[in-house]
Design a protein around this ligand. Structure first.
Ligand SMILES: [Zn+2]
Ligand SMILES: [Zn+2]
Length: 254
C-alpha cells in the first residue's frame, strides 16, 4: 500500500493547520482515517475477504459521524442503517456492482459504504500485484473511477498516475488524455492552478466537461494525494463555477 493510514492521518492534521478554510473537512477526514486503520489491520491479520465482515463496524461509524461529522449524515445513517440486513445489502451491492457507481444517486449510502469498503478493498488489493494497462480508464483492480491524479517526476518531465477512489490502487495514465472521454487534444485539456495550492491542480476537459484534481509530488514531496485532494476543496468550487464536474467524489462526498 503506497499511502499508509498513518501517513493520511498525519497529513490531515498538518493540512488542517495550513488550510483553515478546509479545517473542519480535514479534521473529519482524519477521524475517518483513524477509524479505517484498525479495520484494515484486522482484515489483514485475519485474512478476511467476506465483505459482510464489515457490518459490525456500522454502528461505531454512525457514532463517530454523530460526534465529528455533519448532523444530517449521522441522522441518515441512524434512520436507514439500523437494520443488519440493510447494512449487509448495502455493503454487498456497493462492492459487487463495480464498487461505488450504482450508489451515485445515494450519497448517504455511498458515504457509509465507502468508509468501510476502502480499508477492505485496500487489503484485497494489497495481497497481489495488480496488472494495469496504460489504457485503463477505471481501476484495474476494482473497476472504480479515479478520485485524483498523482504526478511524479520522471526524467525531465512528470508522469501521471490515477488513484482509485475505493482501493487506492494507482495506475499509470497518459498525461494528455482525458480518462473519461478519450480527448487527446491538449488545447481541449486545460490545466488550472491557484497560487494557494502549489501542488494541486485541476485537470479539466473541454470536450466532456469533467475534471479531476491532480496532486503534484514534484512540488511537494510530503503530499498524500487523497488528503491533499480534500484540502484543495476551493478548487472544486472554482471548477464547478466554471462548468466542470467531477465524476467521482472523494470520501467526504465532494
Ligand atoms: Zn480500485
Ligand atoms: Zn473528456
Amino acid at each position: 500500500m503506497k499511502w499508509s493510514f498513518d501517513a493520511r492521518i498525519r497529513r490531515a492534521a498538518e493540512l488542517a493547520l495550513k488550510y483553515p478554510a478546509a479545517g473542519d473537512l480535514l479534521t473529519f477526514y482524519r477521524e475517518l482515517a483513524l477509524f479505517q486503520k484498525p479495520i484494515f489491520e484486522a482484515l489483514r491479520s485475519t485474512a478476511e475477504t467476506d465483505v459482510r465482515a464489515l457490518a459490525p463496524y456500522f454502528t461505531p461509524l454512525i457514532e463517530l459521524v454523530a460526534r465529528h461529522g455533519p448532523a444530517h449524515l449521522a441522522d441518515q445513517g441512524k434512520a436507514r442503517l439500523h437494520d443488519p440486513a440493510a447494512v449487509e445489502a448495502l455493503l454487498q451491492s456497493a462492492w459487487e456492482d463495480g464498487a461505488a457507481h450504482t450508489l451515485a444517486a445515494d450519497p448517504y449510502g455511498r458515504f457509509f459504504a465507502r468508509v468501510l469498503l476502502q480499508p477492505y478493498a485496500e487489503y484485497l488489493a494489497s495481497r497481489g500485484d495488480v496488472q494495469a494497462s496504460p489504457e485503463n480508464r477505471t481501476c484495474p483492480f476494482c473497476s472504480s473511477w479515479p478520485v485524483a491524479g498523482v504526478l511524479r517526476g520522471e526524467g525531465d518531465g512528470a508522469k501521471r498516475w490515477l488513484l482509485c477512489a475505493v482501493c487506492s490502487t494507482e495506475w499509470v495514465f497518459r498525461r494528455v488524455l482525458c480518462w473519461n472521454c478519450g480527448e487527446e487534444d491538449k488545447d481541449r485539456l486545460p490545466i488550472y492552478k491557484a497560487e494557494e495550492f502549489a501542488s494541486v491542480r485541476v485537470d479539466a476537459c473541454d470536450t466532456c466537461h469533467i475534471y479531476l484534481k491532480s496532486v503534484d509530488l514534484t512540488k511537494d514531496g510530503h503530499a498524500v494525494p487523497m488528503v491533499d485532494e480534500i484540502a484543495a476543496v476551493a478548487l472544486d468550487i472554482w471548477a464547478e463555477e466554471h462548468g466542470y464536474s467531477k465524476l467521482e467524489p472523494n470520501l467526504l462526498g465532494m
